[in-house]
Design a protein around this ligand. Structure first.
Ligand code: 5GP
Length: 191
């Protein structure tokens, strides 16, 4: 069986990666599977264990790093985030195209370690920084201080878009998903 692609979807906090990814997952012909990350962040209202994230303690997270269970990991605004490795490998071996929704530091680790191994990297950008701020504030889940930190981080992250294979504008989630679907279709044909 053909091994599945490893797809990185990055982009600043609040750009709408989750929304775009959920639309993409509905295109069944893309044969996508989502890699659920591990985090030390507390769940937001409506987030579910094992669906949005595996919510763990810092001790448990550090233990996972120590035991080499993570494909990549990073600290982002005071919390740890990482991708459990075994499940990703299993899904790819089953022919699934696995999508990682991760920030730029983790993405760089994957770029170094999986170059040439069916890797496709996509960076989602907002139409403007003003629009991004509106989206983060509109979420109403973070304190003012955290919003500011996330915006500062967003500016740094956007600088790194040049490292990615594709930069896609998220003007509307449906259009962004459509563009990404086309990228993945083209990629599948040439592999
Ligand atoms: P949030 O707290 O908004 O859910 O996530 C913060 C940032 O961490 C987002 O950019 C999100 O994509 C990223 N993130 C989520 N899971 C992972 C992961 O497993 N690894 C890395 N490196 N970043 C992640």
């Amino acid at each position: 069986m053909k091994r599945g692609l490893l797809i990185i979807l990055s982009g600043p906090s609040g750009v709408g990666k989750g929304t775009v990814r959920k639309i993409l997952m509905q295109y069944l012909f893309l044969n996508l599977a989502y890699s659920i990350s591990m985090t030390t962040r507390k769940p937001r209202a409506g987030e579910e264990e094992g669906v949005d994230y595996f919510f763990v303690s810092k001790e448990k997270f550090l233990e996972a790093i120590h035991n080499h269970l993570l494909l990549e990991h990073a600290k982002f605004v005071n919390n740890y985030y990482g991708t459990p490795k075994e499940y990703v490998e299993y899904l790819r071996d089953q022919g699934k195209n696995v999508i990682l929704e991760i920030e730029t530091r983790g993405a760089r680790q994957v770029m170094e370690n999986y170059k040439g191994d069916g890797l496709v990297t996509i960076f989602l950008v907002p139409p403007s920084l003003e629009e991004l701020e509106k989206r983060i504030r509109g979420r109403r889940t973070e304190s003012d201080e955290i919003v500011k930190e996330r915006l500062e981080k967003a500016k740094q992250e956007i600088e790194l878009k040049k490292l990615y294979d594709f930069v896609v504008m998220n003007d509307t989630p449906n259009q962004a998903a459509e563009r990404i679907a086309q990228i993945l279709k083209d990629k599948e044909q040439c592999i």
